[in-house]
Design a protein around this ligand. Structure first.
Ligand SMILES: Cc1ncc(COP(=O)(O)O)c(C=O)c1O
Length: 489
């Protein structure tokens, strides 16, 4: 389906002008979205719902392309947080007064919304966590502790986020288990033949990312689950980059667990979701001990509640869960199929525009040449310019992209790079913003190529009147040089 944004003609000369047009287009279509969203009313028409998108960076309009790290919250979510604190706030599950009942009702109704959103069979299959990382650690330290032993094998893939590697490494070390990694194929997608060659009766657990936060490829989760179950292994799906962008049906996938982060799906930070099949959650021992998760406590022992309470010790992130419920309502109103269709369009546009720039190496499958569907994110490197330098100078143009290893350091080593730049889109981003980004990228690359080769790279910067001289040393490093700090996600 053709997306409406092409009706706005965007001059490519100044980012400032780009931003004005984006805002104007947004203001014009707000009503349409409220009436009946389709993929053609996403993008510009949504932008007025997201106040932060009007921010200016050094006087330039913000182009926010760091959504794979954290997305932004629309007004209904911000309002839900305010409403909660002004009218509903108290603690949950433990009071008979009106505010305690309101807080409990708001918190539990968020659980129901998330359960319906993921098509869980029961609302008790949703455990609220602080994030996806906590969800994975919870599974590794409860189910893993009870079920993984000496000689057992855990299968992960080379494209996992650190949060789906390190908890299993800690477990494997404690238990004497082995971790094996599914490789990439020549298109930088998951190699299913590698997976099949690793799978055996020794496999007890498969941890797999649904959509890679670096390669952008979508993995065949239902097939992985089917084959894993056939050898008796359980499957945990890291769906952080999938749940915000397309319809995910845990029932259809038949996975044992699935994790997602609130802050990547228009919700706040500090909230995540662990879905688990009820019978699997029921078989798991408790994790953290404390209030809320117990049935009875004696001086010498305690008994525990059923899931999900068993895994929610202490006061939970109540306002965050309520806000996540509002985010889910908002996503439902937009329609997950509409979002996926819209993002497919902007994603191929982004890939095509980046692909036209000389000396850029784009990671992950080529959606056009190889016909692969990929997420609305592209990680890349310039042959001669360090990712951190590019991203810092792009920031001076108002463009927020991520530079670093995106918590996929082992994958970056395989790709032969210490890090990369990543531009990641969401449903409020537009083709016009992509044009602004590409123009800015050309300008920054040109600026670097104008710098004389002679010693004293600072002279080049000074001559250009550019700020950011702190990058002088990094400016002399290639994309393969180590030398950047930990940059989360
Ligand atoms: C694929 C993937 N898995 C896991 C995480 C960790 O999520 P959280 O920040 O909710 O712990 C992220 C994001 O940081 C991610 O992109």
């Amino acid at each position: 389906m053709t997306v409406m944004q092409t009706t706005v003609v965007v001059p490519t000369s100044t980012a400032l002008f780009c931003g004005l047009l984006i805002s104007a287009a947004g203001a014009a279509f707000v009503g349409l979205v409220a009436a009946a969203p389709t993929s053609t009313t996403l993008g510009s028409p949504l932008r007025s719902d997201f106040p932060i998108l009007d921010e200016r960076i050094d006087g330039k309009p913000l182009v926010y392309f760091d959504n794979a790290a954290s997305s932004h919250m629309p007004k209904p979510v911000l309002e839900a947080i305010e409403r909660y604190y002004q009218h509903q706030h108290s603690n949950v599950h433990r009071g008979a007064h009106t505010l305690a009942l309101r807080a409990t009702e708001a918190f539990e109704s968020a659980r129901s919304s998330v359960a319906a959103f993921l098509n869980a069979r029961r609302r008790e299959e949703i455990v609220f966590t602080s994030g996806a990382t906590e969800g994975i650690n919870l599974v590794a330290q409860t189910w893993g502790e009870a079920n993984i032993g000496e000689g057992d094998e855990i299968i992960l893939s080379v494209m996992e986020h650190h949060s789906n590697i390190v908890p299993w490494q800690l477990l494997a070390k404690r238990k004497g288990a082995t971790i094996k990694y599914i490789q990439m194929d020549e298109n930088e997608c998951l190699d299913m033949s590698s997976f099949e060659s690793l799978l055996s009766p020794r496999t007890k657990m498969v941890g797999i990312v649904a959509v890679s936060n670096t390669l952008g490829c979508s993995n065949p989760i239902a097939e992985i689950v089917r084959q894993s179950h056939a050898v008796g292994a359980k499957v945990l799906v890291d769906a952080c980059q999938a749940v915000p962008h397309k319809k995910i049906d845990v029932n259809a996938l038949d996975c044992d667990w699935l994790v997602a982060s609130g802050h990547k799906m228009m919700g706040p930070t500090g909230i995540g979701v662990l879905y688990g099949k009820y019978e699997v959650l029921e078989s798991m021992p408790p994790w953290m001990g404390g209030g809320e998760m117990i049935e009875d406590v004696y001086f010498d022992h305690s008994t525990y509640l059923d899931p999900p309470s068993r895994f929610e010790a202490g006061t939970p992130p109540i306002a965050q869960a309520v806000a996540l419920g509002a985010a889910v309502d908002y996503l439902n109103k937009l329609g997950m199929d509409n979002i996926a269709e819209y993002e497919k369009d902007v994603s191929s546009y982004l890939y095509r525009r980046l692909g036209d720039i000389p000396d850029l190496r784009l990671y992950g499958p080529d959606p056009i040449a190889q016909g692969h569907s990929r997420a609305a994110l592209v990680a890349f490197n310039h042959d001669n310019i360090h990712a951190s330098d590019l991203s810092t100078f792009l920031d001076q143009e108002g463009i927020a992209v991520r530079a670093g290893h995106h918590c996929t350091q082992p994958l970056h080593r395989l790709l032969g790079a210490a890090g990369s730049i990543r531009a990641s889109l969401y449903v409020y981003n537009t083709r016009q913003e992509i044009d602004c980004f590409i123009d800015a990228l050309h300008r920054v690359i040109q600026m670097f190529s104008d710098i004389p080769e002679a010693p004293g790279i600072d002279l080049g910067f000074a001559a250009l009147g550019m700020e950011g001289l702190s990058l002088l040393t990094a400016g002399e490093m290639g994309p393969n040089d180590e030398g950047e700090g930990e940059v989360m996600e």
